[in-house]
Structures are given as C-alpha cells and as structure tokens.
Design a protein around this ligand. Structure first.
Ligand code: NAD
Length: 469
C-alpha cells in the first residue's frame, strides 16, 4: 500500500458560515420522519459497509500518509470497526428497535418501553483511530434513527479529506453530514443545538464540549483517556505477559486510549519482565523501528516533543531513541521511575513504558487508587484471589485479565470510561441505546376504573390508602 503524502497544509476546513444552515437542514430532515423507518436505517448501514469495502485501500493510504499506520493495524483496528459494528446492528436492528414489555400492576393496563431516536446528534472524533472512532458511533446513531453531523480530527488531515470526499457518495446527505476543520469549526458546531453529543478525545476539550452542551441541556457521551495501569504479579507467565503488554503498548506507537500506560511489577520478577519485554520488541520489529512498516510514527511534532519531554532524565532500560525529523520514537521501557516524575503525571499516549516496582498486589491496588479512575486496567496473574481483590477494590472503565486491549473487541460489552476517563458507553447494542431515548408508555383500558383514587377523598378512601401505603 503506498501512502499518498499530498501536502494538506492548511488543513481542509468547512466554511464556518455554512454550519448553522447545515444543522438546520438536518433537523428539517429529522423532523420530516425520514430517518425513522427501519428501511432507511438498513439502507444507510448497508451503504456504510459498502463504503468501507470499496474504499478501504484509500482509507489505509490516508492513514499511512497521516501517521504511517501499518496496513494490518489500519484495517483490523480502525477501518474494520465500521463493518463489524454495522453488520451487528443490521443483524439485530429489529430486536433492538422492538418495544419492550415491562411488568404492570394488575388492572392498571399494559406497560412497555419504546426506543425512539433523539434527533440530530454530533459525533466528534480524535486522530488516533480517526476512521473507526468517527464511524463506529455513527452506526449506533443511524441504527437508532438519528440524523448526524460528523467531525473528524483535523490532525489526521488526509483521512479527514478522504472521508469528506467519499462518505457523501454513499450516505443520505439530507441526514448525515461531515464538517471538516479544527477549533473554529468545532466551536461553531458546538454553538448549535444538538440532541446528543458524543466526543472522543482528551479531558480538557471534553470540558469545553460539556460546557457548550449545558447551554441547550444536551446530553453528552465522553470517551476520554487516562493512565491505564498494568499490574503483573509473581504468578504470571512472564514471556506471555511481556508479549501481550508489548503488543498493547507499541501498537499504533502507544497512541491508543487503552494502551497500558505504565507497569506495576512485583519486585521479584522485574528484571525478567524487562528482559522479556525487550525480547518481544525484537521479535515484533527485528530491532529496527524507524523504517519499519509495522511500526507507527508519532502523529506530529507537537506530540513528539511532548513525549520526548516526558522521557527526559528517566533511566532507559531499552529503546529511548527519538528523531524529530521523522516523528519517530523507539519502543522504550523505563525503569526506576519515581511515582512523582512528570511521566507519571499525565497520560503518556506514546511508545514509552515506565516500569515501577511493587511488593504484592495490594500495594498495586493502593497505587492505582491514589490516581484517577483509568479507562482500562490490566492484571497479569493466575491467582484467583488477587484477581478478585483487584476487580473489587479498583474502579476503571474496563479491565482485562492476562491480556491488553482485547476487551474492547467484544461489542457485546459496553465500552466507556468512569470518572475522568469518560461518561457513557457504546459499541453494539450499547451504541444503539446511547443514541436512543427509552420512552415509557402505559396503555390503559376503559373497563376497570378504580374510583377510590379520585376525589372526594372520603375518610374511607384515606383509610384504605393508609392501609395500602
Ligand atoms: P484531537 O486533538 O484530534 O481532538 C479531538 C477532537 O476535538 C478533534 O475533532 C478536534 O478538532 C476537537 N477539538 C480539539 N480542540 C478543541 C477545542 N478547543 N474546542 C472544540 N473542539 C476541539 O484528539 P486528542 O484529544 O489529542 O485525542 C487523544 C485523547 O483521546 C487521549 O487522551 C486518548 O486517551 C483519548 N481517546 C479516547 C478514546 C476512547 O474511546 N475513550 C479513544 C481514542 C482517544
């Protein structure tokens, strides 16, 4: 796959003045009822699958031009998300949209819950998986019968341009629109009234999004990040653990929201784990990552500088080479890292893995609980009791035992953060529910009309109420 490195500076933007009329147009479509029939939803989901199939080469090339994503990762972890989610939604659409019966007190009537679309929704995506994180929420929005505005990240400009050019050829542009650009365009979007906003990205911008949403009392789903810990106790299989940590950390050069951020390893196995991590990196990349098609580069100079600054002054166990010219940072493991060092102060979001020593799982639990609730937590252990303690005594968006990243792949489970790592969740049916309102309906008959609930509230009726409640 050859990368199309066309110069896209300045990044493509949609005219700010056209944003309000565009949202008004989508609202008109939604109000017309066009997006509600299951046939419309089905047609859009099928079109999304066709879009992914027919344009996967163009998308992969754009992802490579933007950040040198390896073809396999681009296909499996980014573009591939669309088809998986859309196929699942198509298969279950009838079931998900069906009114669900609810228990009712006898004689009162019949109760049921109808899922209904929210209206016009806004989906704002980041640059690290710029296709999947934009279009897999769209699957939920369409399945639930909404109109939607998509806002891809301006940082991955090639991908944004390909999406802007090709998506309108497949989707109903009366109901689904894409706005390109950065802060001015997103700010203009956020001034509009939406019925739901899903934002994926960092916590600081999440506050801007949430503040804008308060103006219209718009509900938000925030998919954020944080420092996801990786606990390794002395019962773990060390070579397998190392391979799974190295895979989760160095895929996409660590620019993954649920990448292991740091390792807490039992002091008795620290040396062995670091040795095995080194072996895994050599196995994966053959000791050379700079010109390696299987290794992603850092997305831009700003992030390269940020990660390099975090590494400064730390003890490198292996790796450590940084080259600003080609935005490359070698897979790097740091040891003897102080919990108070800058690298432990914020999400690393790069291929640098601090390893900190702990003495037993309980110390790891205490360490994790001193920080903010992470998006993911990883434990490597064969001790069932340790697993139970970690799961019970820590809080995180999700968790994976003896693995990294892979829990996100099960669309039957909700994916989302907790506390500062996010609010709300999606994937599979959970996406459908995120973009739906559950309307509770009670249908009564005319036959039984319990008079005692009406005024006048006679002494007898009050006495009866006292007995009952
Ligand atoms: P980013 O810089 O691409 O920003 C995300 C979106 O916010 C973009 O569309 C951008 O245009 C918009 N934006 C940026 N500044 C803005 C502003 N001031 N006002 C309005 N909109 C603005 O991506 P990022 O934030 O660097 O993404 C990385 C972060 O996202 C990491 O913290 C990572 O953990 C998190 N993340 C979370 C998930 C998840 O599913 N929970 C997935 C991927 C990334």
């Amino acid at each position: 796959m050859s990368a199309t490195a066309i110069d896209l500076t300045p990044v493509p933007t949609s005219p700010v003045g056209e944003i309000a009329p565009l949202v008004a147009r989508l609202r008109k479509t939604f109000n017309s009822g066009k997006t509600k029939p299951l046939e419309w939803r089905r047609a859009q989901l099928e079109a999304l699958i066709r879009f992914a199939k027919e344009n996967s080469d163009a998308l992969v090339a754009a992802l490579q031009a933007d950040m040198g994503k390896p073809e396999l990762e681009a296909r499996a972890a980014d573009v591939g998300q669309i088809t998986i989610e859309a196929k699942l939604a198509l298969k279950n659409l009838k079931k998900w949209t069906r009114p669900r019966g609810a228990g009712t007190i006898p004689l009162m009537g019949k109760s049921f819950v109808i899922p209904e679309p929210l209206g016009v929704v806004l989906i704002i995506a980041p640059w690290n998986y710029p296709v999947g994180l934009l279009l897999s929420p769209l699957v939920g929005a369409i399945a639930a019968g909404n109109a939607a505005v998509l806002k891809p990240s301006e940082i991955t400009a090639h991908t944004s341009a390909v999406l802007a050019e090709l998506l309108p050829k497949y989707l109903d542009t009366d109901a689904i629109a894409l706005v390109e650009g950065g802060v001015p365009e997103t700010s203009a979007l956020l001034e509009q009234r939406f019925d739901h906003i899903m934002y994926t990205g960092n916590g600081s911008v999440a506050k801007v999004v949430m503040e804008a949403a308060t103006k219209h009392l718009t509900p938000v789903t925030l998919e954020l990040g944080g420092k996801s810990p990786c606990i390794v106790d002395r019962t773990a299989d060390i070579p397998v653990t190392a391979r799974r940590i190295a895979w989760g950390k160095f895929m996409n050069a660590g620019q993954t929201c649920i990448a292991p951020d740091y390792v807490l390893v039992d002091e008795s196995i620290e040396d062995e784990l670091i040795l095995e991590l080194k072996k895994s990196v050599e196995e994966f990349y053959g000791g050379e990552t700079r010109n390696n098609a299987d290794y992603t580069r850092i997305v831009n100079e700003r992030h390269h500088q940020r990660i390099s600054n975090l590494m400064a002054g730390e003890e490198v166990a292996f790796g450590g080479e940084t080259r600003e010219e080609d935005c490359h940072i070698e897979p790097t493991v740091l040891r003897n890292v102080s919990p108070d060092s800058p690298i432990m102060g914020s999400e690393i979001f790069g291929p640098v893995l601090p390893v900190l020593r702990i003495n037993g799982v309980d110390e790891a639990i205490e360490f994790v609980n001193r920080g903010e609730k992470p998006l993911a937590l990883y434990l490597f252990s064969t001790d069932a009791n340790a697993e139970q303690r970690v799961l019970e005594q820590t809080s995180s968006g999700g968790a994976c035992i003896n693995g990294t990243i892979m829990h996100i792949g099960n669309s039957k489970m909700p994916f989302g953060g907790v506390g500062p790592s996010g609010m709300g969740a999606y994937h599979g049916q959970h996406s459908f529910e995120t973009f739906s309102h559950r309307k509770s309906v009670l249908r009564r008959g005319f036959k039984f009309d319990v008079k005692m609930m009406y005024p006048p509230y006679t002494e007898w009726r009050t006495k009866m109420a006292k007995k009952m409640f």
